[in-house]
Design a protein around this ligand. Structure first.
Ligand SMILES: Cc1ncc(COP(=O)(O)O)c(C=O)c1O
Length: 394
């Protein structure tokens, strides 16, 4: 099966306004998602927020099963959150680290996560070890192996697809090594979810964080956290509320038994329903089919870019995805972005990952070189790709 590009564009109002190649930022939501969100808000207007939530209870329930299907998990292993960073941080801050233990991370960790890591390290007296890249720019699994063998590793935290690089880290291999060493593996899948199939069994991760608005095409302010049932008991939720814990006799509190222990009671119900609709939309298309189309379009873009003498494409990795990063000799990335925006082509500007994590961790000033990030989705067309490249300074 392949993507019916005309059909998905017909369901994407935004394509009439813009050539949207900023899907790694936030995708254009498809019409069914927008309608799901709007319809629920309408019910809140008509009958009241609590009453509308009650009416939608069954559909809200299926959001968990949809997400579970998306990543090969169980519904009770899923918690919803308002952002990928928050989902990730809630799990990290809920882990009882032993002082002096080591936390292994990749070189292309998400900037926001690195800030949280610094805080975690300071609070818990942790040592953060940044793993080398291999010659392809991916995390070096042999270095990981050596560090695992040295011992005293609390967990491995890795970003599956970096914010500003087309590479897909070999997460399944990392998961295999972590499992063999009996070390917890936390995967940030914010940029990979929605553009490729994910399966927590084959990835071997114990925790996975994903966000709704990027390649999943959900509404903003939506995200999810997966925690493997067998690992759940190892986390003590950072802050309890009326959803995450029950009062239990004289003893006090009992934390709920599923992953929703990480959620807060109050939430944007319309957004959550919209997220569920976006997941179903992706599942209906098929994530293999999505990955094939996204990968193909991104390669078209890289090939066209490489033919422009002033352009350098920066993507690393053996397996690549829908994120394409490049720079143009003699032109600031911000100016390229502005020029494309004048022609209603959306791209973004991102820091080049190299060296950033180390300096962020040490707190030393680092003026990051910036690159243009053009991120394609299945609803983009070859024509949009060619228009982008045609507008670059020669
Ligand atoms: C790799 C990666 N991880 C995590 C995040 C954070 O997601 P959110 O903005 O939903 O917190 C981003 C956002 O850009 C990202 O690129």
């Amino acid at each position: 099966m392949s993507i019916d590009v005309r059909a998905v564009r017909d369901q994407t109002r935004g394509v009439l306004n813009v050539a949207h190649l900023n899907n790694a930022g936030s995708s254009l939501v498809p019409r069914p998602v927008a309608e799901t969100v709007a319809a629920h808000l309408r019910r809140e207007e008509e009958i009241g927020g609590y009453e509308a939530a009650e009416e939608a209870a069954d559909r809200l329930h299926t959001v968990y099963s949809s997400l579970a299907r998306l990543i090969g998990a169980r519904p009770d292993e899923i918690a919803l959150a308002e952002s990928g960073s928050r989902a990730w941080a809630v799990a990290m801050h809920s882990f009882p680290f032993v002082r002096g233990s080591r936390l292994l991370i990749g070189r292309s960790e998400y900037t926001g996560n690195v800030m949280a890591l610094r805080q975690l390290a300071q609070r818990n007296g942790l040592q953060i070890v940044v793993l080398n890249d291999d010659p392809y720019g991916q995390v070096d699994v042999e270095h990981l192996q050596r560090e695992l063998e040295r011992g005293n590793v609390a967990m491995v935290a890795l970003t599956h697809v970096p914010m500003a690089d087309g590479l897909v880290n070999p997460a399944a291999e990392v998961g295999r090594r972590c499992r063999a060493a009996g070390v917890l593996f936390v995967l940030d899948a914010c940029q990979s979810v929605g553009q490729m199939p994910l399966d927590v069994e084959s990835l071997g991760c114990d925790v996975l964080a994903g966000t709704g608005r990027k390649f999943l095409r959900g509404p903003r302010g939506t995200a999810f956290l997966y925690v493997r049932a067998s690992a759940l008991g190892r986390f003590e939720p950072l802050a309890l509320d009326g959803l995450s814990a029950y009062s239990s006799g004289a003893e006090g509190l009992e934390v709920r038994g599923d992953a929703r222990r990480f959620e807060s009671w109050e939430a944007c119900i319309a957004g959550r329903l919209g997220l569920g609709r976006a997941v179903d939309y992706a599942l209906d298309l098929g994530l293999d089919t999505v990955q094939e189309r996204v990968g193909w379009l991104a390669e078209q873009l890289r090939t066209e870019l490489a033919a422009v003498p002033a352009v350098t494409v920066h993507d690393h990795g053996i397996t690549r995805c829908g994120i394409v990063t490049f720079s143009v000799k003699g032109s600031e990335a911000g100016n390229i972005r502005a020029r494309l925006a004048e022609h209603r082509i959306n791209v973004s500007v991102a820091p080049r990952p190299s060296g950033e994590v180390q300096s962020l961790l040490s707190g030393s000033p680092h003026v990051a070189e910036t690159v243009v990030r053009a991120s394609v989705h299945y609803y983009n067309t070859e024509d949009e790709v060619l228009r982008l490249v045609g507008l670059l300074p020669r």
